[in-house]
Design a protein around this ligand. Sequence first.
Ligand SMILES: Cc1cc2nc3c(=O)[nH]c(=O)nc-3n(C[C@H](O)[C@H](O)[C@H](O)COP(=O)(O)OP(=O)(O)OC[C@H]3O[C@@H](n4cnc5c(N)ncnc54)[C@H](O)[C@@H]3O)c2cc1C
Length: 481
Amino acid sequence: MQDSSPILLWLRRDLRMQDAPALAAACASGRPVVPVFIRDASVDNLGAAPKWRLGRAVEVFAASLAENGSRLILRSGNARDVLLDLVRETGAADVYWSRLYDPASVERDTAIKSDLKKAGLAVHSFATALLFEPWEVATGGGGHYKVYSPFWRAVRGRDVAAPSPAPSAIPAPDRWPLSETLDQWDLSTPMRRGAEIVGRYTEIGEAAAQRRFDAFLDDDLAQYAHDRNALDRVGTSGMSPYLATGEIGPRTLWHAAMRAHHDGNAGAETYLKELVWREFAWHLCWHTPHILHRSWREEWDAFPWNKDENHPDAIAWKRACTGVPLVDAGLREMQVTGTMHNRARMVVASYLTKHLMCDWRIGQRWFEQHLVDWDPASNAMGWQWVAGSGPDAAPYFRIFNPETQRKTFDPDGTYVARWIAEGQESPPRTALDYFEAVPARWNLRPSAPYPEPTVGLAEGRARALAAYDAARGGSGSDNPG
Ligand SMILES: Cc1cc2nc3c(=O)[nH]c(=O)nc-3n(C[C@H](O)[C@H](O)[C@H](O)COP(=O)(O)OP(=O)(O)OC[C@H]3O[C@@H](n4cnc5c(N)ncnc54)[C@H](O)[C@@H]3O)c2cc1C
């Protein structure tokens, strides 16, 4: 007799219809599918902006399921208990999910899988979030990669499964289990007034992701190798927030860029390489999970970082009032839009860890609170790359000069003017929005004089190099992004 018991589809970071192997497999079974999103500790512990962004993505995906005759069941609590409750309520015999690779999710999912199996359920996990499973890419000696370039050479010619189409139908159960509501969850509370501002600059959902990606392919990919560094125009794909929530899958991006590459598009290979930086970050995170919390190179533990979150230098940086225009512009862009140009990320990170000698984790945590594209692996790798403490990191003595960077990548001052209101007679909306997005208790005013530099650029550089000479460490190679 054919099994007609429902399948529980536990959605996490795969909020899409296309290139969604777990959803496709559940639908292909012909059995009723019960999609569920669980608000557990992994959601509660998110930073303010990623939590708000995830909530919006869940809302949009729930609407898209509803358009297809399905529903998204929302439950909160310990994921194992929620799943077992739903198994009892629905009579489900199978649980499907897409794999996650951060250590906390791996630990949780492994324990849940074992408990569900003990309870007699079949559990299927699917590869969805990455192009290459981290354990499937190995060096000739069988180890993992620590340097990007050989990693890229190892994967660039590999087959990547084609993205699956959206299911033509999502079979529904006869009776739906009860669901909580997103209003009850209120995932936007920690964003406070910032949510409204960032919301204006954010388009949510799979359709929005696809639209933006198509426009990027048509208009920007050919110049990407050059324009991706330009601060004064939008030359990148803007896919990172959608990848973070799984509103678009990396296979969709990979295959489109690969087709463009074969058609002779000059920017396509550079784009493929950037997608592989994301893979490399997850490869590192899987094999050396301490990258998330500790200096990847142990010798950096002894470096005299300033670890005080509330040190005036750290506060000036967080408030985007360092007096260094490009640094402040990048940090303000993040407060207003929830994202920051990659070039600016490198400059603000270098300024914090080198000119101000603050511990890279202060910046890592700040980004974790404010980026709607927050990705634990890319964030940790990015910070440790800039700080010099990571694998394949920039050498510590490579200190970005924010003024030289500004002249090269924002020669007309367009980017700085977009984000810094002080000193402008009629500042643009973008620059003014900063003052609306940040906490009112910071008491910042666009009419105030622009702050004096926290530290002179030459002085900060000399201080950092002296500390580095005293502590000794670091090695060099490619530039991520
Ligand atoms: C200090 C620091 C922190 C960062 N934190 C994050 C983070 O939390 N989340 C995040 O997604 N990226 C992070 N990055 C990487 C990079 O800045 C963003 O991925 C990029 O700016 C996203 O814009 P985009 O989608 O338009 O990129 P595009 O240039 O269009 O690139 C396409 C995709 O390639 C990947 N990619 C590009 N550059 C990198 C890179 N350097 N490292 C890893 N993947 C990359 C991203 O998935 C990106 O969406 C960080 C970089 C630095 C230096």
